[in-house]
Design a protein around this ligand. Structure first.
Ligand SMILES: Nc1ncnc2c1ncn2[C@@H]1O[C@H](COP(=O)(O)OP(=O)(O)O)[C@@H](O)[C@H]1O
Ligand SMILES: [Mg+2]
Length: 189
């Protein structure tokens, strides 16, 4: 299946999840991540602020911030590349491009992601054989992940059924090292 059709299928499946399933998935993903020592020890985490039926990251971002972790969130640039700014509590977000909530803090530049000890990236699906991720089609996280060093864990939260063996890969597509689903953490290739 090509990327366009696969995205459509995955988005339709996401939109059929009930509010209760979305809440339960988010809680299980958050608890599993917060149980990992390498998550607890990361001083600077690059995450994303979820929208709609994406695996919810709001509670995770809040918990990391409460724990004292510095959390950066993306600021979508005009060229679809990602700038970064620090989350400093629930009142520090404002709608940006496409209405996406972004931190109002100083922008740290596209290279700020190089300094993250952990990266949590959105994905519609991840290939269980290769770790290749499918995004929404903007390629923004492919650009951002290209700047992340090989020893930094990159984790994609997914709903169950989104770890697949048919994700199309192009040369610019960046793989992730882990998928986190409501059923657990999966290390990839
Ligand atoms: N490193 C990059 N530099 C510049 N443009 C890129 C880069 N990576 C991806 N893109 C652009 O993003 C577009 C969408 O990428 P794609 O992988 O289809 O989307 P997604 O990863 O969001 O599913 C690509 O066609 C390409 O033009
Ligand atoms: Mg891609």
């Amino acid at each position: 299946m090509d990327k366009l059709h696969l995205r459509r299928e995955l988005l339709a499946a996401r939109d059929s999840l009930t509010p209760e399933q979305l809440r339960s998935n988010a809680a299980r993903i958050r608890e599993t991540l917060l149980d990992q020592p390498w998550v607890q020890m990361a001083g600077l985490v690059a995450c994303y602020w979820s929208v709609g039926s994406e695996p919810d990251t709001h509670g995770l971002v809040f918990a990391l911030w409460k724990h004292g972790t510095t959390v950066m969130l993306p600021v979508l640039r005009e060229d679809d590349d990602l700038d970064w700014a620090v989350y400093d509590g629930p009142d520090t977000l404002a709608p940006g491009r496409f209405g996406l909530m972004e931190p109002v803090d100083t922008r740290r530049g596209v290279d700020a992601i190089r300094t993250a000890a952990l990266v949590i990236t959105p994905a519609l699906a991840v290939d269980r054989r290769t770790g290749v991720r499918l995004g929404r089609g903007g390629g923004s996280f492919d650009r951002a992940l290209a700047r992340v060093g090989p020893n930094v864990p990159v984790v994609a939260p997914l709903h169950d059924g989104e770890l697949r063996d048919d994700v199309p890969a192009e040369p610019h597509d960046r793989p992730v090292g882990f998928a986190i689903t409501p059923s657990g953490l999966i290390k990839l290739s």
